[in-house]
Ligand binder design. Structure first.
Ligand SMILES: *Cc1c(COP(=O)(O)O)cnc(C)c1O
Length: 344
């Protein structure tokens, strides 16, 4: 088989959720947007529900529909993008909870689905989604009468504890929500780690569940092994791969493995990373192709059957550093070609 194997460790996922939950005295939800950060929203959500998670968040209503199908009735499924035009039937039929982020969305919701649950998203400074302080001041009383399920906002710099933006947003959020009955939520993974002032009634971790920075104690959840398609001897002076970027300096043994940038392994990582045979590092050589990567296996002394690119040590954040990006982007780019296995 010439497809790479993506193994998703559901037991590690649950332990990561438990470890984040243990850091607060409030309820801990789970963010499963973007297909569970690329790892499969249905499996991830079912597993976490089995571990006691009662509240989930997704970006779009369509994602909420998939999660509802996986979970059945009961758990709360919240939609960050709120109540968009065209979503009313789905929100109603599947009992989804939009986080309304503007006056228009709020009117759409209370007019089309009066009495149905919704939350409110406030902008505390990120200027991405949510009502501005003035907008909220005008609407607050009416919103309160409808008993929103949640009042939430999002931090823009929570991965950087030193950043003064955190305290600034905290103060803005408190000012906008002081005296409200509704439960409040400000923290994602980074916010949980900022301490109890940021926890309020509910936290919404995403990336930490899946083993990513800024939750440094997280256990890796995604592991990738790539089959070797072919091995060959290469003489000194011969080149490997597109554009001849690697030239053998010694008699070399080169393995070609079956994954590439189409599998979310960024071409720009190039020779900044290794792949692993057990604990032995084998350097990536030459350009990463769409479906293949060249590897120097000379020092292994054998032709391996497969090589690992995502491991306990070479995590999504290590690949992200090599690619000039973040672990979130590595996870959500892995794509559909993997042979996916779930272990629990
Ligand atoms: C994505 C997202 C989260 C989860 O963030 P992580 O950094 O992955 O923990 C929480 N809240 C909102 C509004 C988000 O968009």
């Amino acid at each position: 088989m010439a497809t790479a194997k993506l193994t998703i460790d559901l037991a590690a996922l649950v332990r990561n959720w438990q470890a984040l939950d243990a850091k607060t005295n409030c309820e801990t939800a789970a963010v499963v947007k973007a297909d569970g950060y690329g790892l499969g929203a249905a499996r991830v959500a079912r597993t976490l529900a089995g571990a006691g998670v009662r509240k989930f968040f997704v970006a779009a209503t369509e994602e909420g529909a998939e999660v509802r199908q996986a979970l059945g009735p009961g758990p709360e499924i919240n939609i960050f993008s709120g109540h968009m035009s065209g979503d009313t039937d789905m929100i109603n039929d599947l009992q989804l909870t939009p986080m309304v982020n503007s006056i228009d969305q709020m009117l759409r919701h209370v007019e089309s689905l009066p009495g149905r649950p919704f939350g409110v998203q406030l902008d505390s400074g990120m200027n991405r989604l949510g009502m501005e302080p003035a907008e909220w001041a005008a609407l607050r009383e009416i919103a309160e009468q409808q008993a929103p399920t949640l009042i939430m906002s999002h931090l823009s710099c929570a991965d950087d504890p030193e950043n003064p933006m955190n305290a600034q947003q905290l103060a803005a959020f408190i000012e906008m929500t002081e005296g409200l009955e509704a439960p409040r939520s400000l923290a994602a993974t980074g916010g949980i780690l900022l301490g109890k002032d940021y926890h309020f009634d509910l936290t919404r971790p995403g990336v930490g569940l899946y083993g990513g920075t800024p939750f440094e104690e997280a256990e890796p959840v995604a592991h990738v092994s790539i089959p070797v398609i072919q091995c060959r001897d290469v003489e000194p002076g011969e080149t490997v791969g597109y554009s001849n970027t690697w030239t053998a300096k010694r008699p070399s043994r080169v393995a070609t493995i079956a994954a590439g940038y189409a599998d979310g392994l960024p071409r720009i990582m190039g020779e900044n990373i290794s792949v692993y045979h057990g604990s032995t590092a084998c350097p990536v050589i030459g350009r990463i192709s769409m479906d293949m990567i060249g590897v120097d296996v000379t020092d292994l002394g054998e032709d391996p059957r497969e090589l690992d690119i995502l491991t306990e040590d070479q995590t999504v954040d290590v690949l992200a550093d090599a690619a000039g990006t973040i672990g979130y982007e590595i996870l959500t780019s892995l794509g559909g070609r993997y042979d996916r296995r779930y272990t629990s």
